[in-house]
Design a protein around this ligand. Structure first.
Ligand SMILES: [Mg+2]
Length: 246
């Protein structure tokens, strides 16, 4: 299989989500401390609940709009009127972002596999659903060892739309082909663990796809049944060999 461009999903594909729930709770506590000086005891659980509900709400939004921390913090501030310093919302988002670093860890062998693909001249892009502001997403991605290997990273928080919105794949293709996007996308491969977001949607646009199966359990049986990937791999570590680049 000949490919020139590979677009990767992040969580469940290159890296495993290991501590996100815990660190987002910590982030919400840190944000509440930044925003309130008193009355904080009852305000903290409310903010934690709002932060915990964010991703689910975004995933079921009719237009797949990504969640926005500023909106969530403002909604929370309205409930605790008089206690919250609204002007500190940017600092509170910064506190959440800093706490969130450490939420994921790279899967064994994924950094090495990406290095091999990079060495073979494959153009690499990241297309990830992540509600944290892109500056923290990029810090975390670099902490994993992927910095400098990717031609671009694209996070849903950057453009405000999540996979499987067509808007995020279109933006990824614009970044992969700034001047000369081919009509035929069969030399572009999308690699990910979601049968709907990383296989079915990119395949419908004409891309090749590889389904990573090591992180099963979060997607529906119907999604798995519908997905017809070109490759099935247990882990990204297998990918270079499967593409003849061992
Ligand atoms: Mg994933």
């Amino acid at each position: 299989m000949e490919v020139d461009v590979i677009l990767f999903d992040w969580g469940g594909t290159l890296s495993q989500v290991v501590r996100q729930d815990e660190l987002l709770r910590r982030g919400a506590q840190a944000a509440a401390r930044v925003l309130c000086e008193s009355g904080i005891e009852e305000a903290i659980p409310c903010l934690i609940g709002k932060v915990e509900a964010m991703e689910k709400a975004a995933a079921s939004h009719p237009e797949l709009r990504e969640a926005d921390f500023s909106d969530v913090l403002q909604a929370w501030a309205r409930e605790f009127d008089g206690l919250v310093h609204i002007d500190r919302i940017p600092a509170a988002i910064e506190a959440i972002g800093r706490e969130w670093i450490g939420s994921l860890e790279p899967f064994p062998g994924s950094v090495e596999a990406v290095k091999t693909l990079h060495r073979h001249g494959i153009k690499l892009g990241l297309v990830s659903n992540c509600m944290l502001p892109p500056v923290y997403c990029r810090q975390e991605f670099e902490r994993h060892g992927f910095g400098g290997l990717f031609n671009f990273t694209l996070f849903s928080s950057e453009i405000g739309y999540r996979k499987p919105s067509p808007k995020i794949y279109e933006e990824a293709l614009r970044r992969a082909f700034p001047q000369d996007r081919p009509a035929d996308l069969s030399r572009v491969m999308f690699v990910g663990d979601s049968p709907a977001f990383d296989v079915a949607a990119p395949a419908a646009l004409g891309m090749k796809t590889a389904l990573v199966t090591c992180y099963k359990g979060i997607w529906s049986a119907e999604d798995y049944a519908r997905a017809k990937p070109d490759l099935r791999i247990d882990a990204v570590a297998e990918l270079p060999a499967r593409l003849g680049m061992a």
